[in-house]
Structures are given as structure tokens and as C-alpha cells.
Design a protein around this ligand. Structure first.
Ligand code: TXA
Ligand code: MG
Length: 322
């Protein structure tokens, strides 16, 4: 059983396992990550195998601090400003990679850019410090499934594949990091996430374009976000979005004080309608409702403001045809 408490001894053993090319699942402030030595191609290949992840989908390199990130990627002034403001924290920056950066081509899948982030979680920070290597880590779920917000979710999806699963309890945000392509002065949001886009816009003093708005009208070229597959974050049961009524056999994913009457399994993401709380509860709620094997999970409408943008993004992908 790889699930262990994150004691100093276990973190030291997990760091050693990483250095030997093994996989270690660890908590971050967003979701649990499945870590491997980002400089070791064989270790990184194991991550793709364990998750059943398509080989064209690059990974995020996690580092201890901005100085370590600057050894991996070039930071133009606006990217530096974002890192100073939000690291450690739930922001991933896509930047041009430095040829001297030592990150395996398996992490970047051969792209000219690399995604980097400094997580804000004491266990992740301690692991990065002890291992003293960049850690490539996708969310620690089977590819296409809901991301894990509890150590037990990791075990349910991956079993004994990680040498260690460091149990840090429930993750604070419950949604993955916000991803910004900051390689050019015109910053583009590749993934809505735990960091509210408005906060980053205030720091830059400019509006940040969403990926959909950044499609080149002349060529039809899209910004590169290889992992943003249509079907993703999918529970076993189908999702029915913007539901205002209930059908027989359905489970209900509710939000706010006014919930339709329902005899079947029901989880309220936030009885007060607080979207930050709703985001933190989303993935665990989907897993729990799924376990009741409903005919479908009916989801009440979620406002598309603030963190609601990220919640709706995950729900739409969860509901997409598989
Ligand atoms: O919160 C998070 O970001 C979590 C925790 C563990 O840090 N990690 C996470 O990783 O969500 P993953 O692999 O599930 O999602 C990473 C996303 C993918 O959509 C991938 O395509 C994108 O980042 N990505 C990675 N490198 C990229 C690059 N060079 N250019 C564009 N997108 C990139
Ligand atoms: Mg993922």
C-alpha cells in the first residue's frame, strides 16, 4: 500500500524514490500530482504509461522557486511580473524553454515551450527541496478521468503504480492551475483554473485573451493546448448540464440555497452559492455521485463568473461525447 503520511522520513524516502526514477504522488494546493524526475526520460515515460496518457500531451514541470524556473525557461518581463505576484500558487506559465534547461523532451513532447509552476503546498515544497530536481507532474488520475483531490482518489485510479502516495488530506482549491501562455507579450489563457483570471489581468494591467479568442483568423491556427481535449474530467455516469428538473434514476449536483426536490443522491457544492467552495468540492462530489451508479448526474446551472469559468469548463468537458 503506497499511501503514507507526509512525515519528514516519508518525504525523504519519496524524494529518494523520485531520484531513482520512480513515481511519487503528492498533494498540491490544486489537485494531487503524479510526479517523476523531469530530467529523466525513462521516469517521465512511466508517467504516461501509468495514466494511459496520449504521448502528444506535455507535462508541467514543478520547481521549488522562481530561480529554479529561470534555469528551465526564458522569463520576459511580463512573465516575471506574474511569477513574482502569484508564485508559489495555482498559476502555470508556458514559456520558451532554455536549451540548457535539462528538462526531458518527453515532458515537453518536443515543443519549443515548457509549462512551469511553483506549487504552494508544504508537502510539495518539502518534496521539491528534498529531491532537488524539477518534478514533472500531471494530475494523478487515469487519463480522461476526474482529477484527484484526495489521496484515496489517487489510489482508486492508480493503485500501486506510484512508489508513494503522500497523503496531505483534501486539496485547497480542488481545480487545476490556471495556465497562461506568457511566452509572448500578448498573454493567452490556455486553461481556466484555480487562479481567477481577473487577478492576473490586474497585475499585467491588460486584458488576457482566452484561447478561443486567440485563434488566428487568417490561418485558423489555434494556440497550443494539447491537453484540452473535448472529453476530459469525465465521471462514469453521463453529465446533464444546466438541469432545472430531475429525471428518474438521476443523481443531483446542486449549487446554492434553492435546490429542486429530489429523492435520489444529492450533493450541494455550496449551499450559500460560494463558487470558490464549489470548486474545491467539485471533483470529490462527481466521484461520490458516480459511486451510486445513477443513470446520469444532473448539474444545476453554475454562474460563469470568477472560478465559475473553470468549473463550467470542467463540466462541459465531462459532459462531452466520449
Ligand atoms: O494544478 C495543476 O496544474 C496540476 C497539479 C498537479 O500541478 N497539474 C495538472 O497537470 O493539471 P495536467 O497534466 O493534468 O495538465 C497540464 C496541462 C495539459 O493540458 C497540457 O496540455 C498543458 O498543461 N501543457 C503542458 N505543457 C504545455 C506547453 N508547453 N504548451 C501548452 N500547454 C502545455
Ligand atoms: Mg489532468
Amino acid at each position: 500500500m503506497p499511501l503514507v503520511k507526509p512525515t519528514p522520513e516519508n518525504i525523504a524516502a519519496a524524494a529518494e524514490a523520485l531520484r531513482l526514477g520512480e513515481l511519487v504522488a503528492f498533494p498540491t494546493e490544486t489537485v494531487y500530482g503524479l510526479g517523476a524526475d523531469a530530467t529523466n526520460s525513462r521516469a517521465v515515460a512511466r508517467v504516461f504509461e501509468a495514466k494511459g496518457r496520449p504521448r502528444f500531451n506535455p507535462l508541467i514541470a514543478h520547481v521549488a522557486d522562481l530561480a529554479s524556473a529561470e534555469r528551465i525557461a526564458y522569463f520576459p518581463p511580463h512573465a516575471h511580473k506574474l511569477a513574482e505576484a502569484f508564485w508559489p500558487g495555482p498559476l502555470t506559465l508556458v514559456l520558451r524553454r532554455r536549451p540548457t534547461g535539462k528538462i526531458s523532451d518527453f515532458v515537453t513532447v518536443g515543443l519549443e515551450t515548457v509549462a512551469v509552476r511553483v506549487p504552494a503546498h508544504p508537502v510539495a515544497s518539502a518534496l521539491l527541496a528534498a529531491a532537488a530536481i524539477p518534478i514533472a507532474a500531471p494530475s494523478a488520475n487515469r487519463s480522461g478521468h476526474v482529477s484527484p483531490t484526495l489521496a484515496s482518489h489517487v489510489y482508486d485510479d492508480l493503485g500501486d503504480l506510484p512508489a508513494f502516495i503522500l497523503d496531505g488530506g483534501p486539496t485547497a482549491h480542488g481545480l487545476e492551475s490556471t495556465i497562461l501562455d506568457a511566452s509572448e507579450p500578448d498573454v493567452v489563457q490556455l486553461r481556466a483554473g484555480a487562479l481567477d483570471l481577473e487577478a492576473t489581468e490586474r497585475v499585467l494591467g491588460t486584458r488576457i485573451r482566452r484561447a478561443a479568442e486567440a485563434v488566428d483568423p487568417a490561418t485558423g491556427e489555434r494556440p497550443i493546448a494539447p491537453g484540452q481535449l473535448a472529453s476530459h474530467y469525465a465521471p462514469g455516469a453521463p453529465l446533464r448540464l444546466d438541469a432545472t428538473d430531475l429525471r428518474p434514476g438521476e443523481a443531483l449536483l446542486a449549487l446554492g440555497p434553492d435546490v429542486p426536490r429530489h429523492a435520489g443522491p444529492t450533493i450541494n457544492l455550496s449551499p450559500t452559492g460560494d463558487l470558490v467552495e464549489a470548486g474545491a468540492n467539485l471533483f470529490a462530489a462527481l466521484r461520490a455521485l458516480d459511486a451510486a451508479h445513477p443513470t446520469a448526474i444532473a448539474v444545476m446551472p453554475i454562474p460563469d463568473t470568477g472560478i465559475g469559468e473553470a468549473i463550467n469548463d470542467r463540466l462541459r468537458r465531462g459532459a462531452a461525447p466520449r
